[in-house]
Write a protein that binds this ligand. Structure first.
Ligand SMILES: Cc1ncc(C[n+]2csc(CCOP(=O)(O)OP(=O)(O)O)c2C)c(N)n1
Ligand SMILES: [Mg+2]
Length: 581
């Protein structure tokens, strides 16, 4: 007889796929599930203060680890988790949401006897309805016989499409025996291999194969011709290079065409930033003068895996809706001027372009960029500012750190200015952009071996999810949380009206953007109950920052909460154009 039950089937599958931690909050429809996890598996359960935090932690873990999982109870738990799963869906983060739900008997009782059970909407399919738009598979498991197939189906969808799935399990199923897992799960390719498609197109004139092959060859030839005709091509890289693990192919292309490359907002650090062809962030008004000299000179900007988002061209009006660079390759499409090629994956396109260059040759047009001069380091006695903080932090970070950055004033010209040499060494939820994500995501990322997570979060954002700091202490994490304490929702004020930020301005901030100040040092004491594993500090000057960074290095096992005490009217200098527009 099989020794597997429905929960251990699921945990075995998760562990086979490299998931060794399960972020959770107990609830009466989930408690048995968590008990099985604790007593019958080696999967480590991590308790969180609330479901949103658990979901963000699973998201942060998945971004570094490749897959993450979270378990919550139905209704009160699953509805709180929804925002995190929405973000993972939009940003292509594979997270498995496990929802413990009403038993079969109770569900029938609810339908037939009109008994209402707590946490339940009463419709029986509420989780399905709510999760449908933000998952690529939803399986409700109420029968141990079908559980293995349903679990496999959901997990294969998750790892193939790199988006969240939900597995809802009725509480009476957890302990029920089911078949053992057979073999291992692997992703299903989104396209048949191009070589097979070529054979199909040649041998059978299969329409589907012919269409894809023709589109790919046409797109590659078009880009190759434009590249050869261009006097100054510049590459602009985006998140798909990371999503589809195409770093090596991109570097092979870069090696052949030797052109400067910039990154887009969602593409930071997908290639280590000490590459000699790296020229920084290209993003509307935030494109630095250094980066701009290359972009302005370019007659052919080639976007590779760059998503067309409103934040990619910040503060710049474009007449070219839908065409954000001269050539766009993303979302399985190639747009080149008036030409459109569909069903062309970035991976196949890079291969085809490399093959054309190998066959027909290419003469590089650029000499290696001269890197910009390093910014002058701030004086130790200066009050701390955004620019001073990032300048000092930049020389502190190493490839052992991973930066988890929240959204706010510091997104542009702050975290974007850090030079990251670890591949994917910075993570940010920059398109769903739910403030507070970074703190629990930093907790999640810290479980990936050999990593110290450095969270950079605005004070307003921190207020949403700050309890994750207490989980860091409980779980003996060494995560560091820097709170950028400017006492306001700075970016909201900036977008509403930048007047308070103009030089010598005395304009008041809009009242809705003013925050209650917190005592962060005491907060850490409260969250950790004075545990030595939870340390905190106030940073008022550059010297304070140097001191605290040294303490952080000398305490590799403690979690830190650091208050970066900024003037409320300070902002990263990259915003200057925006402020003075
Ligand atoms: C969950 C959520 N609620 C509200 C917003 C809108 N929002 C975007 S940025 C921001 C202010 C962030 O303030 P803070 O964290 O203090 O950063 P600052 O801009 O001051 O650097 C708000 C409220 C959001 N993005 N996400
Ligand atoms: Mg703020």
């Amino acid at each position: 007889m099989a020794s597997t039950n429905v929960v251990t089937y699921l945990t075995t599958r998760l562990q086979q796929l490299g998931v060794n931690h399960l972020f959770s909050v107990p609830g009466d429809y989930t408690s048995d599930l968590l008990e099985i996890v604790d007593t019958q598996t080696t999967l480590k359960r991590i308790g969180n203060c609330n479901e949103l935090n658990a979901g963000y932690a699973a998201d942060g873990y998945a971004r570094i680890n490749g897959l993450g999982a979270v378990a919550v109870t139905t209704g009160v738990g699953s509805f709180s988790l929804l925002n995190a799963i929405g973000g993972a869906f939009v940003e292509d983060v594979p997270v498995v949401a496990i929802i413990g739900t009403l038993s079969n008997t109770k569900a029938l009782d609810e339908i037939n006897g009109a008994e209402l059970y707590h946490h339940n909407v009463g419709s029986g399919d509420a989780n399905l309805q709510v999760y449908k738009p933000v998952t690529v598979a939803f399986e409700k498991i109420s029968n141990p016989l079908t559980a293995p197939a349903q679990i496999d189906q959901a997990l294969i969808a998750c790892i193939s499409q790199r988006k969240p799935v939900a597995i809802e399990i009725t509480e009476d199923c957890y302990y029920m025996p089911c078949a053992d897992p057979v073999g291992e799960l692997s992703p299903v390719a989104s396209y048949e291999s191009i070589e097979i498609l070529r054979q199909m197109a040649a041998a059978t004139s299969n329409k589907y194969a012919t269409q894809i092959v023709t589109a790919l060859d046409g797109a590659a030839q078009s880009i190759y011709d434009k590249l050869c005709a261009s006097k100054a091509p510049v590459l602009w890289i985006g998140k798909e290079i990371q999503t589809y693990h195409l770093q090596d192919k991109f570097l092979a292309l870069l090696d052949k065409i030797k052109a400067p490359y910039a990154y887009s907002l969602l593409g930071k650090a997908i290639i280590p930033e000490d590459n000699p062809w790296f020229i920084g962030l290209h993003d509307g008004v935030f494109t630095s003068a250094y980066t701009n000299q290359f972009i302005q000179k370019s007659d052919c900007l080639i976007g590779l895996g760059v998503w067309n988002t409103d934040l990619n061209q910040f503060g710049v009006k474009s007449n070219n809706l839908g065409l954000i660079s001269d050539i766009d390759v993303s979302r399985s499409m190639v747009k080149a001027g008036n030409e459109l090629y569909v069903q062309v994956s970035l991976s196949n396109l890079l291969d085809a372009l490399l093959a054309l260059i190998d066959k027909n040759g290419y003469t590089p047009k650029w000499s290696t960029p001269v890197p910009p001069s390093a910014p002058v380091p701030p004086n130790a006695s200066d009050p701390i500012t955004y620019d001073g903080f990032y300048s000092v932090l930049d020389s502190f970070i190493t490839p052992n750190h991973i930066i988890m950055a929240d959204i706010g004033l510091s997104t542009f010209g702050g975290t974007s200015s850090l030079k990251i040499t670890r591949p994917n060494g910075i993570q940010a939820q920059n398109i769903w952009a739910s403030i507070g994500w970074s703190v629990p995501a930093g907790l999640g990322a810290s479980f990936v071996d050999g990593t110290r997570a450095l969270v950079i979060v605005g004070d307003g954002a921190f207020k949403l999810t700050c309890q994750a700091v207490s989980t860091m202490v409980m779980e003996k994490r060494n995560t560091v949380v820097f709170v950028m304490n400017n006492k306001v929702y700075g970016v909201e004020q900036m977008l509403l009206d930048p007047a308070p930020y103009k030089q010598d301005s005395t304009e008041p901030f809009e009242e809705a953007n003013i925050l209650q100040e917190w005592d962060y040092v005491s907060l850490m004491k409260a969250f950790s109950n004075n545990s030595p594993n939870g340390q905190s500090a106030n940073v008022n000057t550059v010297q304070d920052l140097h001191n605290v960074l040294e303490t952080i290095n000398n305490n590799p096992n403690a979690a830190f909460l650091v208050n970066i005490n900024l003037n409320e009217r300070d902002y990263p200098s990259a915003w200057s154009l925006f402020v003075n527009k």
